[in-house]
Design a protein around this ligand. Structure first.
Ligand SMILES: *Cc1c(COP(=O)(O)O)cnc(C)c1O
Length: 378
């Protein structure tokens, strides 16, 4: 079965092997050496002043960011479940949430953010997804961050990059906190989250807030290549293997280039067989299709063609399906996925199968990708 959900993503054999050794004690020079190497790779990936690894799913890092960086009012962007979650985290921690809500296919505008900030001087942090995974939407986070900092450099910008870090190069110049999670673009099992922090964020954190999620305690320890509490040793060993694999496959620029090509080629292939892409500004992490037969398409993809894609949640349940594009994906797998979607449409009588999706995908990929000439993008 091909796992093509936008998280969790498949864990490759070399990474599973790396994680299968005996459990290592976390307070040892051996593990500290692995931790140091992993940190070095993470600085290259995040380009932020500091990076912190937490033993938690992505939501743990979202909560850590909100409680440590927001003292009063959080402005959160709700164009989907994950943006909504930032507001719920704020309220659960006794903070005020001001929300800009849009349909799940609609990105927030820079103007809407700036208007809201100007009208509410209590807003001291803004939380927004780079890629909102609920609908596969890209928000203009870098532009938002730049415009907000021009008005007030003290407002903290929290960018949820759980389906963006490792997908595309993110300009962190005006971002104070960039969040990643293990089970999405980093191709690991769930349970590890990572925060990239600016020096300004570290200043704002001061002594930190909370106990387990207190970022001040983690910053102090992680600078010394250890953690405040027991580290997720196995996942960190896996993360080092992933980051080394990316390096030996041409590095980050190759990964970003391949992902961008794949993303464009998949969308063209899906449109060529008459499907509609849902978000107005699609993220590169996934392709989201809105379709009245979405449920049936997903079932057939899984049962007849061994392809597992994700559906929608809440009001989009049964109305969309989402295909992953994150990570190191062999080109022959991606070609099979779009081909399987076309086969499915023919199975339900929507079109006559003629191989259009596969052809358009290959042409689009071949036209733009250097790596294709070597026969694979892996
Ligand atoms: C998956 C995801 C999360 C939540 O992560 P968990 O690991 O499920 O806690 C947050 N934000 C985005 C954009 C995601 O895709």
């Amino acid at each position: 079965m091909l796992l093509f959900t936008p998280g969790p993503t498949p864990v490759s054999q070399n990474v599973r092997n790396a994680m299968s050794d005996e459990t290592m004690h976390h307070r040892t020079p051996e593990f500290e050496a692995i931790f140091a190497k992993t940190r070095k790779h993470l600085f290259n990936l995040f380009k932020t002043d500091e990076v912190i690894m937490l033993a938690s799913s992505g939501t743990g890092a979202m909560e850590a960011a909100v409680i440590n960086l927001c003292k009063h009012t959080l402005l959160n962007v709700n164009s989907g479940k994950f943006g909504e979650r930032f507001g719920k985290i704020a309220v659960a921690n006794g903070l005020t949430s001001v929300e800009i809500k849009n349909e799940w296919n609609t990105p927030v505008t820079v103007e809407a953010i700036i208007d809201t900030v100007k009208n509410n001087s209590n807003i001291d942090a803004i939380a927004v997804q780079i890629s909102e995974s609920a609908g596969g939407l890209r928000h203009p986070v870098e532009e938002i961050a730049k415009s907000v900092k021009e008005i007030n450099p003290n407002i903290m910008i929290i960018a949820d990059g759980i389906t963006a870090v490792g997908v595309e190069r993110i300009d962190v110049e005006n971002i104070d906190c960039l969040i990643a999670g293990s089970q999405k673009a980093l191709m690991l099992p769930p349970g590890l989250s990572i925060l990239g922090l600016s020096n300004k964020a570290i200043e704002t954190i001061g002594k930190g807030k909370g106990y387990y999620l207190n970022l001040a305690s983690e910053i102090k320890k992680q600078k010394e290549n250890t953690t405040a509490y027991t580290a997720a040793t196995t996942l960190i060993i896996g993360l080092l293997e992933v980051l080394e694999t990316i390096e030996s496959n041409g590095g980050l620029s190759r990964l970003y280039g391949d992902t961008a090509c794949r993303s464009k080629a998949v969308k063209r292939a899906l449109e060529a067989i008459g499907l509609e892409i849902y978000p107005k500004t699609p993220a590169k992490s996934m392709s989201t299709v809105i379709d009245t037969d979405a449920s049936q398409i997903r079932t057939l993809l899984k049962e007849e063609f061994d392809v597992n894609v994700a559906g929608g949640q809440d009001h989009l349940k049964g109305k969309i399906f989402r295909i992953n594009q994150m990570g190191l994906i062999p080109v022959y797998e991606m070609a099979w996925v779009v081909n399987a979607v076309e086969l499915t449409l023919s199975r339900i009588g929507r079109r006559k199968y003629d191989g259009t999706a596969n052809r358009v995908f290959n042409e689009a990929f071949l036209g733009t990708l250097d790596g294709f000439k070597k026969g694979t993008s892996k």
